[in-house]
Design a protein around this ligand. Structure first.
Ligand code: PEP
Length: 256
């Protein structure tokens, strides 16, 4: 039985003040709930420390949206895993399609970041996903497999079972176009099949696979009800209290 995980990617939105209000609102609702899923919020770097403080002794954990893979050095503008663990961050999103598209992340840097995250006891949320052109050309599964191969190169199987894979079709991110539950399930199942073929049943039964791409309160139940989908990586809707809470409720009810 895999515990569902809902993660909110706030992207470059809000301030420390507005993020604090959001977290207080989540805290108020979630403290009255019997939660059977993990909940993570991923604010911008500047709001991480406050987020950790506000979520102490609550069910919410905090993640970063990216990091560098070096521990320290001449990497102007970057944030290291040591800096994240110093403020109490537990998760880190790695290889988000926006990082790949705008900041030159590749499967190689994703791989280096996953290794670095594990060295520092951070749980990586590793993003993979195809473009619309790749989907229309029928190359989705082949592409996702190649991304996974590159991302997971030389990662030991115990670590593969602990990380989170987020399947995020690029055409569905921030566009309002969600993959149908069947489309999402097909890819998430093929990800699990690939993991099984390389690392065995034990790992594939444990690894958690999220879907991400315009998940909202009104489509979350169907998506999270799929057998190979263990949660969601949520962008826009994670900034709206009612929406995010409804998605958490859907994960709570999901039978995974
Ligand atoms: C994301 O940023 O990972 C994402 C899925 O965004 P949205 O939910 O807004 O599509």
């Amino acid at each position: 039985m895999r515990k569902p995980i809902i993660a909110g990617n706030w992207k470059m939105n809000g301030t420390i003040a507005s993020g604090s209000i959001l977290i207080e609102a989540f805290n108020n609702v979630l403290e009255g709930m019997d939660l059977s899923c993990d909940v993570v919020v991923c604010p911008p770097f500047t709001a991480l420390e406050r987020a950790v403080t506000l979520t102490r002794n609550t069910a919410i954990e905090v993640g970063a949206q990216t990091m560098d893979y070096h521990d320290a050095g001449a990497f102007t503008g970057e944030i290291s895993p040591l800096m994240l663990t110093e403020v109490g961050v537990s998760y880190v999103i790695i290889g988000h399609s926006e990082r790949r598209e705008y900041y030159g992340e590749t499967d190689e840097t994703v791989n280096a970041k996953i290794k670095s995250a594990f060295r520092h006891n951070l749980i990586p949320i590793v993003c993979v996903g195809e473009s619309l052109e790749q989907r229309e050309a029928g190359h989705t599964l082949e592409w996702i497999t190649s991304q996974l191969k590159g991302a997971l190169q030389d990662i030991p199987k115990e670590q593969v079972s602990q990380l989170i894979i987020a399947y995020e079709p690029i055409w569905a991110i921030g566009t309002g176009k969600t993959a149908t539950a069947a489309q999402a399930e097909t890819v998430c199942k093929s990800i699990r099949d690939y993991i099984r073929s390389v690392y065995g049943h034990d790992v594939s039964d444990r690894v958690r696979i999220q879907y991400g791409g315009s998940v909202k309160s009104d489509n979350s139940k169907q998506i999270l009800g799929q057998p190979n989908i263990d949660g969601a990586l949520v962008g826009g809707a994670s900034l709206v209290v009612d929406d995010f809470v409804e998605i958490i409720k859907a994960a709570n009810m999901a039978d995974v």
